[in-house]
Design a protein around this ligand. Structure first.
Ligand SMILES: Nc1ncnc2c1ncn2[C@@H]1O[C@H](COP(=O)(O)OP(=O)(O)OP(=O)(O)O)[C@@H](O)[C@H]1O
Length: 253
């Protein structure tokens, strides 16, 4: 693994996420194979790796949605999994967990109640989260009538509802058009400036370039961790795509 490590802020308090020697097996095969990683407060942290390398499994283990077979996970200093932590982070899964027969607003109200949001605050948060993803005009439409991209945007809005200090986003911009993608990235940058820690998986190289640090995963192992600039310098690459390939990444199949 690369020895490069850098934090965006230089803050050295407790990490937001700390993974220690994580192993996750499916059918005897180690899909995560001894992963140790720290994500610091306020970082925009990208997970990169070929299809099937273990990124989704890793974010599920991080958030306590899945449980590691070996190793430990701490989030905001708490050992995971822990149910009460659900209110402290926002999670956007790769496949949308939405109720198709309900309207977007009804979906949002349901998730808001899980986060303990009520009354005027709930209305305000629903409005602001849907504004971020450009769906305010579609609040009262049944989600079953949404396009794939609109469902992704609604899932992102749900993850933002309770203004969590940590956002974990699994391929947040897949199926979202370039204009909206840009505006979503602007919002993510704003949140990060406001102190939110953001961990995301991506296959999009210009998104990877916007991260403070990247972790490259291959066959369930970390092959490098560092800032985009450091990873490029380490491999003598001009672009993050070249660095990614040089460090053992691959093109999505
Ligand atoms: N519940 C499961 N049961 C069995 N195998 C699984 C399970 N979940 C994931 N896997 C396997 O673990 C490996 C890693 O999958 P994962 O979804 O974490 O990869 P990924 O890097 O997120 O891929 P992609 O970029 O395509 O989303 C794959 O081989 C996948 O088939």
């Amino acid at each position: 693994m690369s020895s490069i490590s850098a934090t965006a802020s230089g803050v050295h308090d407790a990490p937001v996420v700390e993974l220690d020697r994580i192993v996750r097996r499916f059918g005897g095969r180690a899909v995560l194979d001894g992963i140790s990683l720290r994500v610091e407060r306020g970082e925009l942290f990208g997970l990169l790796g070929p299809s099937g390398s273990g990124k989704t499994t890793l974010v599920k283990v991080m958030t306590g949605i899945d449980k590691a077979d070996e190793g430990s996970v701490h989030m905001l200093g708490e050992p995971m999994p822990k149910l009460s932590m659900l209110q402290r982070f926002g999670y956007m899964a790769q496949s949308d967990a939405l109720y198709g027969e309900l309207t977007a607003k009804e979906n949002l109200v349901f998730f808001a109640s899980l986060y303990g949001l009520k009354g005027a605050r709930r209305s305000e948060r629903i409005h602001d989260s849907m504004a971020v993803v450009g769906l305010l005009d579609h609040l009262n439409k049944p989600v079953g009538a949404y396009s794939g991209g609109m469902k992704r945007r609604l899932s992102l809005a749900i993850s933002l509802l309770h203004e969590p200090q940590l956002l974990v986003l699994d391929e947040p911009t897949v199926g979202i058009d370039p204009v909206l993608r840009q505006s979503i990235w602007k919002e993510l940058a704003k949140m990060r400036e406001g102190g939110t820690t953001i961990i995301l998986t991506t296959h999009v190289m210009d998104e990877a370039d916007k991260c403070d640090r990247l972790a490259l995963i291959k066959d369930g192992k970390l092959t490098a961790v560092g800032s985009p600039a450091a990873l490029k310098a380490e491999t003598g690459s001009e672009t993050i795509e070249e660095a990614f390939i040089a460090l053992g990444g691959g093109i999505r199949s």
